[in-house]
Design a protein around this ligand. Structure first.
Ligand SMILES: *[C@@H]1O[C@H](CO)[C@@H](O)[C@H](O)[C@H]1NC(C)=O
Ligand SMILES: *[C@@H]1O[C@H](CO)[C@@H](O)[C@H](O)[C@H]1NC(C)=O
Ligand SMILES: [Zn+2]
Length: 449
């Protein structure tokens, strides 16, 4: 440990001892995928099922159909539930993108903005005295003056300036040492169409590294927030090359983000992402040690990417003085039930028996998940991944379990693939070494400068 790091460490220990924790909460909601045509019999474009099979959709009721994106009434029911659950110490709301149904992709921009406005209105009525911090997903309109006008109720002037240019911003909490950094992952994803995409993507890297350096100097802790985070989609990408479409980070961007997270793991108190429509987590290692965690919240829409899940909402508990995440409660709505009834699905620390929410504890959990003979913990993981839509794990054999383990512990695309291909070597080396990633990053820097 360097002397400066050591001093920071001692100072933070003293800080913790001298000040009492201030327990507060924040919601994390993601992938609402609002479908305005949900109830319209001619359209129901957000539904993937066979259009001829009307009996099925009528029987299940449209808003409860797993093959459909969110109806306005599903969004309203989620909002009403969150309003009712409001702890007094709710500090803010993270809203990580994919606001609109992917079925609206080809509709005109004006209509999409109207839909975003309607969802924004629901949230601003629900959270009349809190700030909502939105991150853009790949199905959302690009940053514009119009979005700025909609969201200026939540974002300070400085944040609006970077948001309007690139869709990213940072929020400094005045009463604490916590800084929220909201990234626009679309700028680092494959297949984006913006003409100034590359320039903006580069600007976002420089901005991020500068914000993190400043945070370190000022002794702040940072939450990294974005629609898509690092790592692979375990359910469809098993062993194949990383996905390029659908808002995934490019291999280059993924490697660079991992490098930045490793370099600033002392400053990053947590990473919060959506996008996968799955409840899961990712671990980032440095020299074999787990140094950072990312928690991925499940979607509000029941429509998955090739799989289905129940709608989910997540309430985090944290110490607002230090930014330390203490726990979360995952809520869900069982779509097979008649009523729109939201219930507790589980509490993180209790569910998995974690001592705390830390990279070390989550690494120990990943180890348990890997051990195929302990099916109990894996069954819990898989049930959570699908937001309790199915608790049957018989469709996931040893090889499938291993893919899940690789996805959790190998956020680097290459390391994921070799982990999947070679279960024996994954067993041998407990955590990946990232010398290859560092080399790759060095090459990237050389190329880009
Ligand atoms: C937005 O809300 C207005 C007022 O309720 C409604 O008339 C309109 O159809 C909605 N549009 C969309 C796209 O949701
Ligand atoms: C989970 O946490 C919430 C909020 O702290 C609490 O109200 C609830 O009782 C807990 N549920 C369980 C099953 O422990
Ligand atoms: Zn999505």
């Amino acid at each position: 440990m360097k002397l400066s790091n050591f001093l920071v460490y001692i100072t933070s220990l003293l800080w913790l001892n001298l000040t009492d924790a201030k327990i507060c909460y924040f919601w994390h909601i993601t992938d609402l995928h609002y479908d305005p045509f949900h109830n319209s019999p001619e359209f129901h474009r957000g539904c993937r099922h066979n259009r001829g099979n009307t009996e099925h959709s009528h029987r299940n009721g449209r808003h409860r159909d797993h093959t459909c994106d969110s109806s306005y009434s599903l969004i309203q029911s989620a909002a009403a539930f969150m309003a009712e659950r409001h702890p007094d110490t709710l500090e803010f709301v993270l809203w990580t993108g994919d606001i609109l149904s992917s079925s609206m992709e080809h509709l005109d921009g004006e209509f999409k903005l109207e839909a975003v406005r309607n969802v924004t209105d629901v949230l601003s009525r629900t959270f009349s005295s809190q700030f909502v911090f939105p991150a853009l997903g790949h199905s959302d309109p690009p940053p514009s003056r119009r979005l700025v006008d909609m969201w200026m109720q939540w974002l300070p002037t400085e944040a609006l300036q970077t948001f309007e240019k690139g869709g990213y911003y940072t929020i400094e909490q005045s009463h604490s040492k916590l800084r929220i950094v909201v990234l626009n992952s679309v700028l680092w994803a494959g297949g984006q169409t913006r003409t100034d995409g590359a320039t903006q993507g580069k600007a976002q890297w420089e901005w991020l590294e500068q914000v993190l350096s400043t945070a370190r100097r000022k002794n702040e802790m940072v939450y990294l927030v974005a629609h898509a985070g690092p790592g692979v989609e375990e359910r469809h990408n098993a062993g194949s090359s990383s996905s390029t479409g659908g808002g995934e980070l490019t291999p280059t961007a993924n490697a660079r983000l991992l490098f930045v997270v490793r370099a600033f793991s002392d400053v990053i108190a947590g990473q919060f992402y959506g996008h996968r429509h799955a409840d899961t987590f990712r671990l980032i290692y440095s020299e074999g040690r787990p140094v950072s965690w990312a928690l991925l919240a499940p979607s509000l829409t029941p429509r998955g990417a090739g799989s289905i899940s129940n709608p989910g909402l997540r309430l985090y508990k944290f110490d607002s003085k230090t930014g330390k995440v203490l726990d979360y409660t995952q809520y869900y709505l069982d779509v097979t039930k008649g009523e729109m009834h939201w219930a507790v699905e589980y509490n993180l620390t209790q569910y998995y028996g974690l001592r705390d929410v830390s990279a070390a504890s989550l690494d120990a959990l990943a180890e348990k998940i890997r051990h195929h003979h302990d099916r109990g913990i894996f069954a819990k993981y898989l049930s959570a991944l699908r937001v309790r839509h199915s608790t049957d794990i018989s469709d996931c054999d040893a090889a499938c379990t291993h893919v899940h383990f690789c996805a959790i512990t190998r956020a680097d695309y290459h390391e994921f693939r070799s982990c999947v291909r070679n279960p024996a070597s994954a067993l041998a080396s407990r955590a990946p070494h990232n010398s290859a990633a560092i080399l790759l990053y060095a090459i990237l820097i050389l190329i880009s400068s």
